[in-house]
Design a protein around this ligand. Sequence first.
Ligand code: FNR
Length: 183
Amino acid sequence: MTSFKVALIVGSLRKESFNRKIAHAITKLEIKNISFGLLNIGNLPLYNEDLEKDVPIEWKNFREELQSFDAVLFVTPEYNRSVPGVLKNALDVASRPYGKNIWDAKPAAIISSTIGGLGAFGANHHLRQSLVFLNMPVLQQPEAYISNAASLFDETGELINKSTQDFLKTFLEKFEAWVERNI
Ligand code: FNR
């Protein structure tokens, strides 16, 4: 099997973000053929097509960095039943200028997580809608909706819930096979 570089993109900027903690737990799972890189989306100026004339350095760096990855794993909370604005902004930034969509054809997967009980289903599926337009083959099964996130970690931020750990491992092995098939 080939080795892949997977960009981890977290839809929360919060320091103590549970989604960020899940992303960190993922990097420790040691999936054999995947190396993860955490991409920062918190510094990207809001998308404004006028700025394409003199592209902000943060956009340029993000576009170049994303280009170097084979696939993308999104780990996101739900804001008001949808995708947090910061994540939507990152999607927009790397989708333009027209004809230079960097997301194009990169295999992807989505994990959504909430402190509530509905697994951030709304964010997960709104994100899928954008990824269809961006032409990313998105893992269909298993789906990953992680509820009650506040109860899954210890006080140092380590994921201690065994069934969530096992689920993430299975999910990532399926994702690894999905990347291999779609790259
Ligand atoms: C939320 N939260 C939330 N939760 C949910 O399950 N569905 C929702 O629609 C929303 N909406 C929402 C809007 C805004 C503006 C905030 C700040 C929060 C709660 C959310 O699940 C909780 O804050 C998580 O802790 C956010 O994820 P991180 O930052 O811990 O990764």
